[in-house]
Design a protein around this ligand. Sequence first.
Ligand code: F6P
Length: 535
Amino acid sequence: MGHHWDALKTHHDGVAQRHILDLFAAEPDRAHRFSARAGAMLFDYSKTNIDAEGRALLIALAEGAGVAAKRDAMFAGEKINDTEGRAVLHTALRAPEGVKVMVDGKDVMPGVHETLARMAAFAEDVRSARIRGQGGAITDVVNIGIGGSDLGPAMASIALSPYADGPRVHFISNVDGAHAADILRGLNPETTLVIVASKTFTTIETMTNADTAKRWMASKVANPAAQFAAVSTALDKTTAYGIDPARVFGFEDWVGGRYSMWGPIGLSLMIAIGPESFGDFLAGGRDMDERFLHEPFEENMPVMLALVGIWHNQICGHATRAVLPYDQRLSRLPAYLQQLEMESNGKRVAIDGADLVRNSGPVVWGEPGTNGQHAFYQLIHQGTRVVPCEFLVAKEGHEPDLAHQHLLLVSNCLAQSEALLRGRSLDEARAIMAKKGLTGAELDRQARHRVFPGNRPTTTLAYPKLTPFTLGQIIALYEHRVFVEGVILGINSFDQWGVELGKELALALQPVLEGKAGTEGKDGSTAALVDYLKP
Ligand code: F6P
């Protein structure tokens, strides 16, 4: 492995100063050669400093890390999450009929399909008012969950809103009572269904919000539990909470929280868009799985997306990556990807327990364009640090009568990656300022502010339209990207020990804030803040 990294470092040292535009000049068909297709989806990474040699070295790195064998082991149900002793099988949630996936000698697929069928029947019953609230047909569904039990369906219910023809869905995640208060205020308890979504059914935020929702429901409804459903791996706990087992949708510990929206955690989404559209979403994920499994690395979109990520983060040293959807309905995609990527690959220890010898995965951030353009793109264009940008854009929107706005959206997306590539030289800036009548030292000074260095790397993921199928492809694409990057870095992408310490300390601080315990042993800052904040 070491020699692959060394070769990439040497290659990078040799090419770091060149301009990406020169690569286009030398290779007229570069856009074609440095892109990957997944059906109608196009991933263009030609506006990066990766050339044929760099790509070959990156692919050799992936091969040397055993990506193919580890990928196959994941799909086959091997316990690759070895700090928790678990298989990693979110792919089974979208696997087709007829496939067998064995865990501990047992085929898990019949259970997956049975749960999916139960979810579909429940969703249809809610959508068609066969299941009703105590005041009539269900008009609103509230999903109470956090992290992976919130972000997936929350992101997707916005992304797929053109397909939503069921009850409205809402999401409560934050332990901040303001969240529950603001969401519940506008709803009628008699026609609201609450889904408590928690893999463990112990997460303090979720259980606290579930209690709040139960009290809110009880203020108007004789039997609140009858308007509750649950999604969890802990069926004993859902029963103890009083939720009818017929309304509990279980899944197994081989589905990680942040990889779980394909199964029961997606119930709120399924109720909103219907089982058929949910099935299209699964089919999109499955389509990307097939490509990931079978396509040669050079044409394999998840592998190439990962290798571009490794190039920018570990080789070029760019610490962050901006995800910039030119698609307002993907407004929550950056937040979703923050959990997916940073909870998976934000680790300082390799799978064998040794310190990581390279940087862990990048900081992921972003906002939809064009809004970001009027906020933080200044830094992306002229800041001293390079931020590799990942643009996403659809060929077609869902508003045919607003097609002119879609054209404007697309032109902005393309303009940004073009500007970041091309930049504007001092001479060009001087010419502009001279035209405005400036001369001498003032012309020089003003021109310098208007220089864009350019040569800043971007990629563009272009797709026909943000349908359920396309969204499934996109989410599975990013899941596999995280997996490939994790394998190359030697990380276990499927545990999250880094969230534990804060949870433990928060529990211990509760009695301190209540005045039932003192601040002995706390650092001076924490003690002083307790003093200020305690009621
Ligand atoms: O604290 C992190 C985490 O465990 C995430 O990995 C998970 O998605 C989230 O909390 C919610 O967990 P649960 O579904 O068990 O409530």
